[in-house]
Each structure stands twice: as C-alpha cells, then as structure tokens.
Write a protein that binds this ligand. Structure first.
Ligand code: HEC
Length: 218
C-alpha cells in the first residue's frame, strides 16, 4: 500500500465537481421523496377499512394444527346461521360497516363535522333496533333529507351491499356499542329487497312514512 496523499495531480476543482455531480441528484432524490411523503400524508385518506377488517380467526387455528388423523376443517367452518349473531356474521358486518362509518362514525355515535354530526348516533336507535324491515328499508332506500340536523345525507345503499352484507352490517350495528337486537338473516334481507322493490323513493324514504311502508308490505 503506497501513500499517495501528496500527489497533487487532482485539482481541488475536480473534487468539488465530483461532489456536485453526486450531491445534486442525491438531494433532488431526497427532496422528491419528501414531497411524495408530504403529498401522501396530506391527502388525509384514513384507512378505516383496514382497521375495521377482522383478523382471520380460522387461520390461527389452522397454522397450529399438527397434521394428524384429525382434520382441521371443523375449525374453519362457521356455525350455521341461528337466531343470535354468530362470529362470522359479526365479522362480515364489522368489515361492511366501513361504508357506514364515514357518516355514523367508527363507534356508531355519529361522525363529528365541526359542531355538527354527519349522521345520527346508532346507539339505541329505535329505527335500527326495532322492526327488522324498517332497518332494511332504510338501507335499501336511504332516508330523505328533511332538515339540516345532519351534515350527511343517507342515500340508498342497497346496490353496494348484497343480501349477505346487508344482513351482516345490520346485525353488527344491532349488536354493538351496547345495542342488542336479534340477528337479521340473509333470507330476511333478500325478502325485503324483493318486496320493497316497488317503493318509489329516489331521494330516500321520509322518516314519518317508514312504519307505514313497512306495514303495507307485511
Ligand atoms: C353519507 C352518509 C351516510 C352513510 C354512508 C350512512 N348513513 Fe345512515 N344516516 C345518515 C343520515 C344523515 C341519517 C339521518 C337522516 C335524516 O334524518 O336526515 C341516517 C340515518 C340512519 C339510520 C336511522 C337512525 C335513527 O335512529 O335516526 C340508520 C339505522 C342508519 N342510518 C344506518 C346506516 C347504516 C347501517 C349504514 C351503512 C350500511 C349507513 N347508515 C350509512 C347518513 C349516512
């Protein structure tokens, strides 16, 4: 190894030049990176869906299973739909609730929009916890905006939720945050979709008319 530090064949300018050639693009890359991060951060899109998504329960049971005579299938198959809410329906409902959380809030208490609420609290809501068909009608047709009580407006959500999800999201909301009401079955959701198909309420059903519409379709 020979020491050549005293060699003055490299002028200082060349060194500075090399530093610049490297340093300028490097700083550009860093700046673009920062702008990108700021842009993504500033867009403020919350990942409600990700946090609302339930962890797969069956996967844990499966991974710990020792390959033996006993099959693992039993752990993965959900119990058949009974009267009360079962775990898989509640999980599906919780995931589907991401649609509602934008207005009713992640905790069902109504999302705050300044001093106002986007939508009413679902805690103890009579329309939600009472007649199964009333709750289904609200999802299928939406509720007409008749005042300025809430910032949001609930349009028909029937197209975005199939019968299974509609039953699940209502079962979930009827059995969360202290609410307690019988589960809604896929069959009830399908029947409601069929019988309310003739209800002509493009801007949503009027609150005061919900019960009358339900009674007329019993
Ligand atoms: C875009 C906002 C918005 C979304 C999304 C939304 N809602 Fe609503 N919801 C409202 C508003 C606003 C009202 C009250 C309408 C009014 O009276 O003016 C309401 C009312 C209700 C009511 C009646 C509550 C009561 O007691 O007054 C229920 C039940 C309900 N929504 C359930 C749901 C469910 C379940 C979902 C998701 C599948 C959902 N909503 C999605 C805005 C929304």
């Amino acid at each position: 190894m020979s020491d050549e530090h005293k060699d003055s064949s490299h002028p200082v300018l060349a060194i500075i030049g090399k530093i610049f050639i490297f340093a300028i693009p490097a700083s550009l890359v860093v700046m673009l990176g920062l702008v990108g991060v700021a842009f993504l951060g500033g867009s403020g899109v919350e990942v409600v869906e990700a946090s609302a998504k339930p962890a797969p329960v069956a996967a844990a049971a499966e991974s710990s299973a020792i390959p033996a005579a006993e099959p693992v299938v039993a752990a993965a198959s959900p119990a058949a739909a009974g009267a009360g809410p079962n775990v898989s329906q509640m999980q599906l409902g919780k995931a589907a609730y991401a649609t509602c959380a934008a207005c009713h809030g992640p905790d069902g208490a109504g999302l705050k929009a300044g001093p106002m609420l986007m939508a009413p609290s679902l805690h103890g809501s009579e329309l939600l916890l009472g007649d199964v068909d009333a709750a289904l009608l609200i999802i299928l047709k939406g509720i007409a905006k008749e005042g300025m009580d809430y910032m949001g407006m609930m349009a028909s959500l029937g197209a975005g939720l199939d019968d299974e999800k509609m039953a699940a999201v209502l079962t979930y909301t009827r059995n969360s945050w202290g609410n307690s009401a019988p589960a809604i079955t896929v069959e009830e959701a399908a029947a409601a979709r069929a019988k309310f198909a003739d209800v002509n309420a493009p801007a949503g059903v009027r609150r005061a008319e919900i019960q009358a519409i339900v009674d007329a379709h019993k």
